[in-house]
Every structure is written in C-alpha cells, then in structure tokens.
Design a protein around this ligand. Structure first.
Ligand code: RB5
Length: 156
C-alpha cells in the first residue's frame, strides 16, 4: 500500500519509527516531513499529507503531532479529507469502517510506540463497510458542498 506520512517536531522520532515499521511490512511510504526534531508548525504537514490523499498520490495517510489534534484539524480543512484522531486501535478501526477516514492521526505525547503501531495496523487492515455508513459520510460531504455554494454566492 502507498502510505503518506507527516508529523511535526514533537513526533519526529515516532514518525521515523512508524516509517521503519511500515517499510518492514512492505508498504511504500511517502514522507512529507518534518525531517528533524527542530521546532516547526504542524498545519504545514497536515496539509501536505491531506493534499497527497486528495490528489490520489497515496492510499492512506498517517499524521502525528504532540496530541494528534492540531495536525488532524489542519488535514480536515482540505476538501474531501476525513482525518480521525485516536489514541487506541478500536477507534482507528472504526474510523475506517464507519467513517471512511483516509487519514489516521495520533499524538506522540499521548501514545507509546507499541500502541502507535497497533493503531496503524488496525487502520490499515480495516475497510469501509458502506451501507448506512455511506449515507452518513455522504451527509458530511454535503456540508462541504453547502459551504462551497455559500462561498460562491458571497463572491458574486
Ligand atoms: C507542539 O508543541 C504541539 O502543540 C503540537 O505537536 C500538537 O500537539 C498540536 O496539536
């Protein structure tokens, strides 16, 4: 699977660890940075990974910052992207099965290395279940559509 990964300084070490873990499992990992533990701003990396997913350059995304919150908020600003922040594997699996999340986010200051790997495994192994969940995900997409229409009206 082609996986896009990104992080900020708080998660640099964990990102490197997860990258090695994914490579060992035979995945192709596209690393969107950051590339050192030097202080940086998480929105940049959240956006880069989200755009990679939106443009079809990767099949799944992984984002890590201190808590997973900031970087997922940034990713969710890219139209069509569903980035779910979680701290344990069950939420990661359900984010995929029920919410059709393309990106999983977690915090290097919140979860340890083993839990991080369990979250990644749960997310990568799960597939979207469709059915009633598709209707609800469709309703999320409708909100984006309404926002676009409102913006277009305002710009006339
Ligand atoms: C950086 O100190 C920290 O704020 C960031 O990694 C993240 O936790 C934000 O949500």
């Amino acid at each position: 699977m082609i996986i896009a990964i990104g992080c900020d300084h708080a998660a640099f070490t964990m990102k490197e660890d997860i990258k090695a873990y994914l490579a060992e499992k035979g995945h192709e990992v596209k690393d969107y940075g950051t590339f050192s533990p030097e202080s940086c701003d998480y929105p940049l990396y959240g956006e880069k990974v989200a755009r990679a997913l939106a443009e079809g350059q990767a099949e799944r995304g992984i984002l890590i910052c201190g808590t997973g919150v900031g970087i997922s908020l940034a990713a969710n600003k890219v139209p069509g992207i569903r980035a779910a922040v979680c701290s344990e594997p069950l939420t990661a699996r359900l984010a995929r099965q029920h919410n059709h999340a393309q990106i999983i986010a977690f915090g290097a200051r919140i979860v340890g290395p083993d839990t991080a790997k369990n979250i990644v495994d749960a997310f990568l192994e799960a597939e979207f279940l469709g059915g009633r969940h598709a209707r609800r995900v469709g309703q999320i997409e409708e909100i984006e559509k309404k926002n676009r229409e409102l913006q277009q009206k305002e710009s006339v």
